[in-house]
Design a protein around this ligand. Structure first.
Ligand code: SF4
Length: 282
């Protein structure tokens, strides 16, 4: 039984060779897995890195996950079934007592049917329900096509959502896609009340102004499901991957972000969030 679910530039392509496919038989395209992730959701987690991302964030430290596999199954990444991934989880189940599974990228929302099947199967695991977490930049989501992601969000316990920048023009330059995807997903998650942790990478000279950070705070002040805010200082550790892949590093000359300043800016964002919530009577 073969089912290949892929997203390709500008179109959502589902190749479903049989109806009534069991979740454990659904196949996705994966870059790699990590058995003991500690920064991708609560507790210790089994982390699945999807292959393929339509964004091109200038500070991305995983450019090796960008390219999508081709619809015929060739190209980068490895095809793997939901069942195989759950088997790997079960080998270390005792370590995940307060954790679970996180799917990240690349962009997991580029393979919504695969991740939905994985999360449903995780919830139904014979040895006990597994907590599911989606780490996304929302690059393929839009409010207009929210139905396409309904099954995935129905099976998602928590989301880690990137807000790259609050500035729409900068968003396109910095990431190659509009800001609307993450904002529209944020609205949908709030409507569904899915616990969401927001992440913002603070890049010197680009996303580190007080206005920018306050605006991030105001945006999330409208979402009552936000359970945390991470301000991640930009670092230059990804540079060597670009060199290995022969890709020009876009942030040449930009220094690593001062971690203490990133903490201060997080406070600016939290103050703006509190102000916005007060305006809303929350
Ligand atoms: S969304 Fe994530 S994987 Fe995609 S380019 Fe940006 S940082 Fe890299």
């Amino acid at each position: 039984m073969v089912v290949l679910l892929v997203w390709v530039e500008g179109a959502d392509v589902t190749v479903d060779t049989e109806k009534n496919v069991r979740d454990v038989d659904v196949i996705g395209r994966v870059h790699s897995t990590e058995s003991f992730g500690t920064v991708d959701g609560p507790g210790t987690r089994f982390v699945v890195f999807c292959q393929g991302c339509p964004m091109r964030c200038q500070y991305c430290h995983n450019p090796d996950t960008w390219e999508f596999a081709r619809a015929d199954g060739t190209g980068p990444g490895t095809s793997v079934t939901v069942g195989e991934l759950l088997e790997r989880y079960e080998r270390n189940r005792p370590f995940y007592r307060t954790g679970g599974i996180t799917v990240t990228g690349g962009e997991p929302m580029a393979q919504p049917d695969f991740v939905a099947a994985l999360f449903r199967a995780a919830h139904a695991a014979p040895a006990g329900r597994i907590h599911t977490c989606l780490d996304t930049s929302a690059a393929t989501f839009s409010a207009e096509h929210a139905g396409r992601f309904s099954a995935l969000l129905d099976a998602t316990d928590m989301v880690l959502l990137d807000i790259k920048t609050s500035n729409p023009a900068l968003h396109e330059t910095l990431c190659g896609l509009p800001a609307s995807h993450a904002l529209e997903l944020g609205e949908e998650l709030a409507r569904r009340r899915i616990p969401t942790l927001i992440r913002h990478v603070v890049v010197p000279g680009l996303t580190d102004s007080e206005e920018e950070c306050a605006e991030v705070g105001r945006i999330i002040g409208d979402w009552d499901n936000v359970v945390g805010l991470d301000f991640l200082p930009y670092h230059t550790l990804g540079k060597t991957k670009y060199e290995k892949l022969g890709i020009d590093y876009p942030l040449k000359g930009v220094k690593a972000m001062n971690a203490a300043r990133a903490k201060e800016l997080r406070k600016v964002a939290l103050a703006a969030r509190a102000e916005r919530r007060a305006e809303r009577g929350r």
